[in-house]
Design a protein. Structure first.
Length: 249
């Protein structure tokens, strides 16, 4: 990028930077005031985009605080792609190091859940696997089956009640939020993004399948983590959520 473009980009998100010297109005005069207006509009637009991408984070910290926090983020992390639907990829990591919210330990995982929903919404339209291919397989063949998960499938593991916090703030379900670790499945079986609480062992099971491990080994990993893991129920849930793209037997 040429030096003048670098200077323009740097000054665009930093109000302390001077107006690029080569930037002039049509009449040849310095475009300082116009640039300041444009600079402010760009920052406001990015803050609004971040608020739309992370509405639950915004609700949790309040509108005024969110705008101030988002302003810090957008100036430090301007968009690197013209595809604004994916802006905010690093927001969760930013929240982990942003001092004013260090007392809200769950906030980064809430941001990760919201970003996963955004990714799921914009993911490719993958087909859903036909579970009937598993019918009639003997135990060994079933254990060796491998599953490819859809691009819209995301698993989030959290030490916090991230699903309950999201549900309370994003839906009409105002059930009390209990303090507990929660694993979440984000998927898009049709045109609507779903956020589902996973049962014990469910996240380990799906992560193993997503990593290419065969069904039997994935079930073993899940059972080692959660002895109450139910393979039958997990398979039924996976097919109901339509997150399997293909099955190799």
């Amino acid at each position: 990028m040429p030096d003048y473009q670098n200077a323009f980009a740097d000054a665009l998100l930093d109000p302390e930077k001077p107006v690029p010297p080569d930037l002039v109005r049509p009449d040849g005069q310095a475009a300082g005031r116009r640039f300041d207006i444009y600079r402010n509009n760009v920052v406001v637009a990015l803050i609004e985009a971040l608020g739309e991408a992370f509405p639950v984070v915004r609700a949790l910290v309040g509108e005024e605080f969110f705008e101030a926090m988002a302003g810090v983020y957008v100036r430090a992390h301007p968009p690197s792609s013209p595809r604004m639907m994916f802006y905010g990829e690093g927001f969760a990591a930013f929240l982990e190091t942003f001092g004013p919210v260090e007392g809200l330990a769950y906030l980064p995982d809430v941001a990760r859940l919201e970003y996963a929903r955004r990714l799921a919404y914009h993911a490719a339209d993958d087909p859903a696997a036909d579970p009937s291919v598993l019918a009639g397989l003997d135990a060994d063949a079933l254990a060796a089956a491998r599953f490819e998960l859809q691009a819209a499938c995301h698993i989030l593991r959290s030490a916090h009640p991230v699903h309950a916090i999201w549900r309370f703030n994003a839906t009409d379900d105002k059930s009390p939020v209990q303090s507990a670790a929660e694993d979440v499945l984000v998927s898009r079986p049709e045109d609507i993004v779903l956020v589902q609480l996973l049962p014990p062992g469910g996240a380990a099971f799906l992560q193993a399948l997503g990593a290419g491990e065969p069904l039997g080994r994935a079930a073993e990993r899940a059972a080692a983590e959660a002895p109450e893991f139910d393979l039958g129920n997990s398979l039924a849930g996976m097919f109901a959520a339509r997150i399997a793209k293909s099955i190799s037997v």
